[in-house]
Design a binder for this molecule. Structure first.
Ligand SMILES: [Zn+2]
Length: 113
C-alpha cells in the first residue's frame, strides 16, 4: 500500500513547515490529488490519521481535491480529457496522447494554529 509511504512524506513536510514557519498545529490540509495519480483517497485518509498521531498534524482534517486528467493529443493537436493514464483520445481514438495533468499530488493549502 503506497498510500502509507505517501502519507509519511506528507507528514514529514508538515513537520518541516511547522519548524520553518513556527506553527504548533495543523488543522486542515488541502491536498490536490490528480484523477490519474493512482492514489486512493480513502486509503490516504486512513493512513493519514494513523501516521499523524503524535505529530503537528494529529487530528488534522484532510481535504482532498481531485484534479481531472488531461492530455495533449498529437493527432488532433489539442488538449483532451483523459480518464486513464495511457488512455486513447476521446475525440479521434488515437493513442498518441501525452498526459499533461492528472498525476499531481501536492499540498495546496494549510490551515494552522
Ligand atoms: Zn485526438
Amino acid at each position: 500500500m503506497h498510500e502509507m509511504a505517501l502519507t509519511e512524506s506528507i507528514v514529514d513536510i508538515l513537520s518541516e513547515e511547522a519548524r520553518r514557519q513556527g506553527f504548533g498545529r495543523v488543522r486542515v490540509v488541502r491536498l490536490e490529488i490528480g484523477a490519474l495519480a493512482h492514489v486512493e483517497p480513502a486509503a490516504l485518509s486512513f493512513c493519514f490519521d494513523a501516521v499523524a498521531r503524535g505529530t503537528v498534524a494529529e487530528g488534522a482534517a484532510l481535504d482532498i481535491i481531485r484534479a481531472p486528467g488531461e492530455g495533449w493529443c498529437l493527432d488532433c493537436g489539442k488538449t483532451v480529457p483523459l480518464t486513464e493514464r495511457f488512455g486513447a483520445c476521446p475525440d479521434c481514438g488515437g493513442r498518441r496522447v501525452q498526459m499533461t495533468s492528472g498525476d499531481e499530488l501536492r499540498i495546496q493549502e494549510l490551515e494552522v494554529d
